[in-house]
Write a new protein. Structure first.
Length: 115
């Protein structure tokens, strides 16, 4: 099993770079608990002990962005994001246990992105 310690800050930065965006281009950034948050080990993520209501609110934005998790094929990222820039929407994506931040054009028009 491949392990890749990473953070949301690194994954978001990598996604922004792919679209020639920077952190300064982000208009809105939302943090969300995953739907299956109750399955996350509370010894690693103690903020998930209890109910889901405001569970993410217990951490500062920097704590959320800098929380180290296995971005490879191990534990899924314990915090999901949605972010908007002028041209793209960024979102958490997990496939087969590997985490990434993906993007889609914010204002698609036909087969081309309106920028």
């Amino acid at each position: 099993m491949r392990t890749s310690p990473t953070t949301l800050r690194k994954l978001i930065t990598d996604a922004l770079d792919r679209n020639n965006n920077t952190w300064g281009d982000i208009e809105s950034l939302e943090f969300r608990a995953p739907e299956d948050y109750a399955n996350y080990p509370t010894n690693r993520y103690p903020f998930y002990s209890g109910n889901q209501e405001n569970v993410i609110g217990k951490l500062s934005d920097d704590e959320k962005l800098d929380l180290i998790f296995d971005g490879g094929y191990g534990d899924a990222c314990p915090i999901k994001i949605l972010a908007w820039t002028n041209g793209y929407v960024y979102f958490s994506h997990e496939y087969d246990g590997a985490d990434s931040i993906e993007s889609v054009p914010r204002n698609p028009k036909g087969n081309k992105c309106q920028q």
